[in-house]
Design a protein around this ligand. Structure first.
Ligand code: ADP
Length: 492
């Protein structure tokens, strides 16, 4: 019998254990889907204080010393299982680094020692792999926090006793891990790598750039975003590096974990529903309106938005058009946390329109599900969107997305043009220009369409039928792993 492919997932987030955004859901969903497809997949996660160790039945498997340049620290290692699954999860514990309220920072400010923290994590992963008998075929890294691993695995021949190829997935190119050049020694990497072809970026250390240069294969989370990040407009200064590696860069659309996000089985919502019977959705809407201070009226369209409040999400377009949107007779149900500017905007809107705008600030998983289930339409006017998950969740819940044509939003939502409507393939409302006018026009189209119950029902059902499960993405990742192994073999 063939040996199963051994995949070591190195990630700073993993749903439901540690999450600030879509990355956690994506890695959690992909990991489970790969395991279902027969891979021997194991996850390496920093032991943040928020990780529920009881939920994963974590047990100590010892400790290890790791080098931080000239100094050395001790990490504790734990092994557990992903909730409700046999998939191993390893925790890299180091109290001074990870016993903090945030994953990367607090109140919108990054921890100043993030390079040190994630160097401890990465070196901890290598220490753990050296001491277990398990030797992965591929080390699959996610975002800058893990991007030193492909560099070490290329330039330090003794990093692991066995050959392994590396894949780096970029979930959001805007977050690169940029630090002072003086911090380079922490990583153990030599000055010879501190060049524009290596890890240097305008005189500073850029961890993601190192990973992009040294991983055997690169992936990102939609085809459109893979193309966009090779352009100066979306490349965040790294478009040249990505163009150099365009033959090794693959866009794979993120999937949805329908065991968590499905209105037929969702444990967070007050009533369940399916495409055939949407009565439960009406109950969810009523509950959303009632519990969050909105005027209860099934005829009023509720527009939902759940997001990290960052510039990326296009919240300023909402700010510029909110009065007009309310003027259309719609209600807004908003949940988010992040940039204080946008939190203040949300508060102002709520104060101005108490029965028409519901606002919750903070991170609230049950409320996120309620909004996705109870709203009629879902707003994603993103400036850029590598994959986007909320538009996919919304589709499944019969909540029609209004999105800007960028990244994964462009790849997954079919605009309700007369032609697409006639062919029954339309799933949402798409606009192009990043302007308040273009956004408002799309919202108007949605609110207008909502008034025609039969046509709206067809839009909802087309979205609910769409399949964005991880199963679809798995063959593409397996192919990426094969290509990474071939690249590595070719260098030998
Ligand atoms: P991103 O990864 O850029 O944050 P995505 O749309 O890919 O955007 O994923 C966002 C994920 O994070 C979704 O699961 C969404 O429901 C969740 N999320 C974002 N903000 C919040 C919040 N304040 N409360 C609960 N869930 C949130």
């Amino acid at each position: 019998m063939n040996q199963p492919l051994r995949v070591c997932m190195c990630t700073p987030e993993l749903a439901p254990l540690a999450k600030t955004g879509g990355l956690a859901d994506a890695v959690g969903g992909l990991t489970r889907a790969l395991a279902t497809a027969g891979c021997d997949v194991r996850v390496m996660l920093p032991a943040y204080s928020s990780v529920d160790r009881a939920a994963i039945r974590a047990v100590s498997i010892g400790s290890a010393g790791v080098d931080l340049g000239p100094s050395r620290v001790e990490v504790d290692l734990y092994e557990g299982r992903l909730p409700a699954s046999p998939i191993p999860v390893y925790l890299i514990a180091h109290e001074p680094s990870f016993n903090r309220p945030g994953l990367y920072g607090e109140h919108g400010v990054d921890y100043p020692d993030n390079l040190r923290r994630f160097t401890v994590y990465g070196r901890g992963v290598l220490a753990l792999l050296r001491r277990t008998a398990w030797s992965p075929d591929v080390v699959h890294c996610h975002d800058w926090q893990t991007a030193l691993l492909p560099v070490w695995l290329r330039v330090e021949p003794a990093a692991l006793p066995h050959e392994t190829s590396t894949v780096l997935t970029v979930h959001n190119l805007a977050y690169q891990g940029v630090f002072d050049a003086d911090d380079l020694p922490l990583t153990g990497l030599g000055r010879d790598l501190f060049t524009p072809r290596g890890i240097e970026f305008w005189g500073r250390v850029n961890v993601l750039k190192g990973g992009l240069a040294f991983a055997d294969l690169l992936t990102t989370v939609s085809r459109q975003y893979a193309a966009e990040i090779q352009t100066p407009e979306f490349g965040c200064g790294l478009d040249g590096v990505l163009r150099d590696r365009r033959d090794d860069l693959v866009g794979i659309q993120n999937g949805v974990d329908y065991t968590v996000w499905d209105p037929a089985s969702d444990v967070f919502i007050p009533a369940r529903f399916t495409a055939e019977d949407l009565s439960g959705k009406a109950a969810c809407k009523r509950h959303l309106q009632e519990a969050h201070g909105l005027a209860v009226d099934p005829a009023v369209p509720v527009l939902g938005l759940v997001a990290r409040l960052a510039e990326q999400k296009g919240v300023d377009l909402l700010g510029a058009t909110a009065d007009a949107i309310i003027g259309l007779g719609a209600q807004l149900a908003l949940l988010g946390s992040g940039d204080p500017r946008y939190e203040a905007l949300f508060r102002t809107l709520q104060a101005r329109y108490p029965k028409r705008v519901a606002v919750a600030l903070g991170f609230d998983e049950p409320l996120a599900h309620l909004i996705v289930a109870g709203a009629d339409a879902y707003l994603m006017p993103s400036r850029y969107e590598p994959s986007g998950l909320n538009q996919l969740y919304s589709l499944r819940y019969g909540t029609v997305p209004v999105v800007r044509r960028t990244g994964g939003l462009a790849d997954t939502i079919v605009d309700a043009t007369p032609d697409a409507l006639a062919r029954d393939v339309a799933t949402g409302f798409v606009f192009d220009a990043y302007t308040p006018d273009a956004f408002l026009e799309a919202v108007k189209r949605a609110v207008f369409a909502f008034r025609d119950a039969a046509a709206w029902r067809r839009l909802q059902q087309a979205g609910m039928r769409a399949d964005f499960s991880w199963r679809v993405a798995v063959p593409h990742y397996l192919d990426a792993y094969r290509r990474a192994a071939a690249r590595r073999a070719a260098r030998r």
